[in-house]
Design a protein around this ligand. Structure first.
Ligand code: MF3
Ligand code: CO
Length: 256
């Protein structure tokens, strides 16, 4: 399937889908505290999504068994929620969530500290988030895909972090995953030229140590090979004639 350009009507539906997801994330973030299980986070997330009349798009996607991916510490992405997994003070937790509104998908992820965390963990979370904002400086009509990848890589590499290569961002719209793939690491090929109406899920996954990852026996949970911490930050973004629109942030969250 080729890269899709959304019509004005489709863009409106994407905006609404993403705004609902931003609200879901806000409420999930407020629920993060020591003692909560990753199952409770998923349960809350699924109920929130359905309370807006939307459908969780991760649930049953290629057999994924939950609505929210909850990944703790060295888990990079796609952690499976469990009643036995209780968040503890000092953990970091990545929440990846998505939903479908009137046929249009949204996708976003944030990493949170659980209570007080080490200065190094807090730094990893902050740099990962900032790398997204470095990347979207190039999420503009006329730029090429590799401008985004290269900006994320250049920013994270300064800190000696490992940039995950086995998983990438993606186009999004009537499907959760559309073309193009959006790597977070240095690309020598330019990739496609960005055009207004493209909607992209840009999602750096950054490890404190090695860039290498492994899959657990559940065939979902991705962990760092060296056991180091990992952070994830993702938003669905609209390419416009001017500045990119970060669709999965609420208006007061974009002022950074
Ligand atoms: N945000 C993830 C992505 O972009 C989606 C989760 S994969 C799923 O690929 F299987 F859990 F849906
Ligand atoms: Co995604």
């Amino acid at each position: 399937m080729a890269v899709t350009i959304k019509s004005e009507r489709e863009i409106e539906l994407m905006r609404e889908s993403c705004k609902i997801l931003a609200e879901v994330h806000l409420k999930l973030g407020e629920a993060i505290k020591p003692g909560i299980s990753t199952w409770e986070i998923d349960h809350l997330g699924e109920n929130l999504i359905r309370s807006y009349g939307c459908v969780p798009n991760f649930l049953n996607y290629n057999g994924y068994p939950a609505s929210i991916c909850v990944s703790v510490n060295d888990e990079v992405v796609h952690g499976i929620p469990s009643k036995e997994r209780i968040l503890m003070e000092g953990d970091i937790v990545s929440l990846d969530a998505g939903l479908i509104y009137k046929g249009y998908h949204s996708d976003a992820a944030r990493t949170y500290p659980v209570g007080r965390v080490s200065a190094q963990a807090a730094k990893l979370i902050e740099v990962t988030k900032q790398s997204f904002f470095e990347g979207i400086k190039y999420a503009r009509a006329g730029c090429h895909l590799h401008d985004i990848s290269n900006a994320i890589d250049a920013y994270c590499s300064q800190y000696g972090y490992g940039i995950v290569r086995d998983l990438v961002g993606h186009g999004i719209g009537t499907h959760l995953h559309e073309e193009p793939q959006i790597p977070n690491f240095r690309q020598w090929r330019k990739g496609i030229r960005l055009r207004p109406g493209m909607t992209l899920a840009i999602e750096p996954m950054i490890n404190m140590g090695s860039c290498y990852v492994e899959w657990l026996d559940d065939d979902w949970t991705v962990v760092t090979e060296d056991g180091s911490l990992s952070a994830h930050y993702e938003n669905t973004v609209l390419i416009t004639e001017g500045d990119p629109e970060i669709l999965t942030l609420l208006p007061d969250q974009t002022l950074i």
